[in-house]
Design a protein around this ligand. Structure first.
Ligand SMILES: [Zn+2]
Length: 275
């Protein structure tokens, strides 16, 4: 069932858990996410990449994901991930998206504040997530990446107050895509941010983080964990493995079922860590 961003995060925080947020480039991935979430009775989020919405078929993907989310037997929120384009944000809001990740992290600090505050004003009941500091790496490619500018705990409280954002993405040594070196998350920094900020925190770039790190982050205030790279890896491995048998007899349903199961296995393993 479609559930609001704030409601979903508040429930997770009260449970001492985090919501898994999974990038869905297609409906097949969303089916795998729901399969795992229903088996675990866990709420989840579908993340929609900006690149997906910019494709010619993008206007059709959002309503499809919203329909899957609504039909699911667990709470689901659909969020537009990392976006800076106001027109695209407004289009997604008009299309009924449940949340927006208003990513002004590459802008000068003052512009990040005004951008997020403006999105918050326009978003109504939809949730707004912002980013302070900068999480390096592309969301849609998986190059090895070093950590970017870390979130300044002293700036975090004022940033949240000035923007009115509902969730803050922290940069504490986490990156998008593949880690160039074993990740070293800055726990003191995360604890200091948590002390300055009342709203739920999110951790991006969870693919490649040890489970113990993810659990520690949740204990320090993280209520949302974004996963993308691992899903795509398993999706493609399964697609390749299932293709010869499927081609023989044009068994498209079997091929898709294999991919759905593979995605669900990755999601289920993540959800077990987030509980
Ligand atoms: Zn991200």
């Amino acid at each position: 069932m479609l559930t609001s961003f704030r409601e979903l995060l508040d429930e997770r925080r009260a449970a001492g858990a985090a919501a898994g947020a999974f990038t869905c480039y297609d409906v097949t991935t969303a089916l795998g996410v729901v399969q795992a979430a229903e088996a675990r009775t866990a709420p989840v989020m579908f993340l929609v990449a900006e690149a997906s919405l910019r494709r010619p078929s993008g206007r059709l993907l959002l309503p499809a994901l919203l329909a899957v989310a609504d039909a699911a037997r667990v709470p689901v929120c659909v969020q537009l991930d990392h976006v800076t384009d106001d027109a695209l944000i407004d289009e997604a809001l008009a299309g009924g998206i449940g949340a927006v990740m208003a990513d002004g992290s590459k802008l000068p600090a003052v512009d990040n504040v005004s951008f997020v505050a403006s999105v918050r004003r326009r978003s109504g009941v939809a949730g707004v997530e912002a980013e302070l500091g900068h999480i390096e790496g592309g969301e849609d490619v998986a190059a090895a990446t070093e950590a970017g500018a870390l979130t300044d705990p002293r700036a975090a409280g004022a940033f949240v107050a000035a923007t009115g954002c509902d969730c803050l993405a922290v940069s504490i040594g986490n990156v998008h895509g593949r880690y160039a070196a074993p990740p070293q998350l800055d726990w003191e920094r995360l604890a200091a941010i948590r002390d300055q900020v009342k709203i739920p925190l999110s951790l991006h770039g969870a693919s490649g983080l040890p489970d113990t790190d993810v659990r520690h982050a949740i204990a320090l205030g993280v209520c949302k964990v974004n996963v993308n790279t691992e899903l795509r890896e398993r999706y493609l491995v399964e697609l390749e493995a299932g293709l010869p048998a499927a081609r023989d007899g044009l068994k498209l349903l079997d091929l898709e079922a294999g991919v759905v199961d593979a995605v669900a296995a990755v999601v289920a393993a993540k959800l077990d860590v987030l509980e």
